[in-house]
Design a protein around this ligand. Structure first.
Ligand SMILES: [Zn+2]
Length: 554
């Protein structure tokens, strides 16, 4: 790998050195601030209504993106001759009731102020009666950390109550810090995500899984849980109707949890302390739960948009790299006063614009890269990475012949930066290629600035990673050239005021020169992989490596 990198480095240096006869120059010249802005203006316009799956916004978005791919001269990405892959979704609106029974006293909880609950199973009615409740700590089984919260306890048919996040284990040498060797210290691992908690509950055969909400480890207040679960949500409409999912997935507030535990003669803080040790064992509570959920289901046909640039090497053209960015956003909310449209200009019209410009840039290469390059705009990312998940389950090209996913979700729109945040920093060889490319731009690749948010598990790249595919996911340049070094991060200001709000719109202070630099970097990484001599690999110890190694052995 080192030798390969050195050769790539040397050739790319000469290619990118600025010689006008460079083969890459015509490609890179295509990527411009105005070019990006033109696409963003359309995709984030009010007419596109915030791109909710299955809406008029979907029709317009997928038509616009397909038309762009066609105009660039790319082939349809679906072998059936179309530019789309149909993604069957089910809309689920849940109306749940939960009663906790402590000392034979049923206590009905208030929805959605005390709890939310729904089922990924595509059923109109879900019912659980008199199910025993067990507190299972963080609910984690992590062999690489020698961790098993369940031990030999059988939780089949029971209701498991668990903490959000992963165990914050103090460093034995300096207890004021977290142990970097356990659950990556301060950073969130996948074990900390709610999606993991419900997955392990299903694997363990639990009837219901209840997460105790806490603002800090969740990285958001209960109000976010409430608004995101108390509306219609989407799942993939699988032929088995998701019968293997846990029957009931629920969140309760910290207050409700504390009262429940106190009623059972337990103390929340004491249980939480016990849960931060390897010796923890599930604690049966003297409480039971009744759950009844009525669900209204709706079939929604949504679509990924995909195009292909065929590789020039007769042998390698059946190998692929894939660029992804989600086209969907939160749509239009008619109940809002004033502005009702979640335009999603940064999240993720900017990413789609980048993918379209990358497609245009690659198509200027003569000859094309040795391997084929796929460009995909996914659906239903905001609904739980569903378009990417569907592709990973139903790939149009074999994953074992796909070398990498390069995912783009929200570009830096505030000008050039000294650095580039690499959310997947240190995960795979792709991150080394990015770091080297950044260096050639006189920039540095830096790790995720907010690792506790677990961003890497919250974007489409994660579905590809989970399927084994080495994936690169950049954040934004954090230290802008136009700002004082100690000024607050512009991206933090965005997260605070505009992230997932109707105000995520094109703003007068935008400067897309930084986005162009970032797209150039991603072009270079993809170009190197598409022409390289080796498959990029996960670094040793990364949780997705075993899956990839197994896939490539076959
Ligand atoms: Zn996004």
């Amino acid at each position: 790998m080192r030798c390969f990198l050195a050769i790539i480095f040397a050739t790319t240096m000469s290619i990118l050195a600025g010689n006008p006869e460079d083969r890459l120059k015509p490609a890179l010249d295509v990527i411009t601030p105005d070019g990006l802005l033109a696409h963003i203006k359309v995709l984030a316009s009010d007419e596109f209504e915030g791109g909710a799956p299955g809406s008029k916004g979907e029709e317009l978005s997928i038509k616009y993106i397909s038309d762009q791919f066609r105009a660039i001269g790319l082939k349809p990405g679906n072998p059936d001759g179309s530019y789309t892959q149909e993604v069957p979704l089910a809309g689920i609106k849940s109306d749940p009731k939960i009663a906790l029974i402590v000392n034979s006293q049923p206590n009905e909880l208030k929805y959605p102020d005390d709890f939310v609950a729904s089922s990924a199973r595509l059923q109109n009615e879900i019912k659980i009666d008199n199910s025993d409740i067990l507190f299972v700590g963080y609910g984690i089984v992590a062999p690489e950390y020698g961790w098993d919260d369940y031990k030999d306890v059988d939780v089949r048919g029971k209701t498991i109550l668990m903490l959000i996040g992963d165990p914050p284990i103090p460093d034995p040498k300096d207890p004021s810090k977290l142990d970097e060797k356990m659950f990556k210290g301060k950073a969130m691992t996948y074990y900390g995500r709610w999606t993991y908690k419900y997955e392990i509950a299903a694997q363990k055969g639990a009837a219901a899984a209840i997460i105790i909400h806490e603002t800090e480890p969740a990285a958001y207040p209960y109000s976010v849980v409430k608004t995101s679960w108390a509306k219609e949500n989407y799942e993939l409409d699988a032929p088995d109707k998701n019968k293997d999912a846990v029957q009931v997935r629920s969140w309760i507030t910290l207050d409700v949890a504390k009262k429940l535990l106190a009623g059972c003669g337990q103390d929340f803080d004491a249980l939480k302390r016990a849960a931060v040790t390897k010796e923890f064992r599930p604690v049966p509570l003297s409480a039971k739960v009744n759950v009844a959920i009525k669900q209204t289901l709706r079939a929604v046909k949504s679509h990924n948009v995909i195009a292909k640039l065929e590789g020039s090497d007769p042998k390698l053209k059946d190998e692929y790299i894939i660029y992804t960015a989600h086209w969907d956003h939160l749509g239009r909310h008619p109940e809002l006063q004033g502005d009702q449209i979640f335009n999603g200009a940064v999240d993720n019209a900017s990413g789609d614009a980048a993918v379209i410009q990358l497609a245009a840039a690659f198509s200027k290469l003569n000859p094309p890269p040795r391997r084929s390059v796929l460009f995909m705009c996914t659906t239903a990312e905001e609904a739980g990475l569903l378009g990417a998940k569907f592709y990973a389950q139903h790939p149009l090209y074999p994953l074992e012949k796909t070398l990498a996913d390069i995912n783009i979700d929200s570009m830096n729109v505030w000008g050039k930066a000294h650095d580039i945040e690499d959310t997947s920093y240190g995960f795979s060889d792709l991150d080394d290629l990015l770091a080297a490319a950044a260096k050639r731009q006189a920039r540095t690749a830096i790790p995720n600035s907010r690792p506790e948010k677990g961003s890497i598990y919250r974007a489409d790249n994660f579905e590809f990673s989970k399927a084994g595919l080495p994936s690169l996911y950049i954040g934004k340049g954090e230290h802008l050239i136009s700002r004082a070094p100690d000024a607050p991060l512009r991206s933090d200001e965005f997260d605070l005021h505009d992230y997932h709000q109707v105000t995520d719109e094109i703003k007068p202070d935008w400067d897309l020169t930084g986005a162009v630099q970032d797209v150039d970097l991603l072009f270079e990484v993809g170009y190197q992989v598409a022409n390289g001599d080796k498959f990029p690999e996960w670094k040793p110890g990364i949780e997705f490596k075993a899956k990839r190694d197994q896939m490539l052995k076959k």
